[in-house]
Design a protein around this ligand. Sequence first.
Ligand code: ZN
Length: 207
Amino acid sequence: MKKLAKIRVVVSQAMLLFLITTLSCSTLNPKDIETDKVVKIYIQELIDGSNGTVTWEDINQNVFIKIEKFEENTKAVGRCHYQPIFIKKITLNKDWWNNRYVTQHERFQVIAHELGHCFLNRPHTQPTDKEDVSSPSAYLENQAFKNGLITKIPDLPDGCEGSIMHPYTLSDYCIVTHYTYYMDELFGRIKFYTPTKKEPQWILKHY
Ligand SMILES: [Zn+2]
């Protein structure tokens, strides 16, 4: 009896310690979840592009963005760390971000893309190439495409990707030429482009 009681005490102490550790871990320092300053101008551009759909308050309550070192030789330039219930974290690949050949348009589109995942809950609009499927979530997403659970968004008539949620980065040409279309598509203001057999000229103009 005594022994058992002692075990109980030890167990309850262990539980308490576990709880304290868990609680202290979940108490985040506001500084840790503050979006990096250099990213803010791009978020502002996205807020402007949302035409009032998204505000700074919405962003701050749901997601924060940090520029961090990624593992060597990764192709990933940004990641949305999806955490249900908790505030979501987006990380941007530090080496990529600081590369002088990376353009402002590229930085903007990656932030818009990751916010599309983390803030708008959007999946990719095309499957990720087999050789790049490294995470379980990308694998599951590809399976969902196979089974028709996620709709593919086709390319635009000029060959540009049909959405900023395409799994690979878009060229500056595409971002600049179709900026309004990409913002409208991202925020669900228009139905995405559907190709028809005969393209009327106005479609090319509009997109
Ligand atoms: Zn993505």
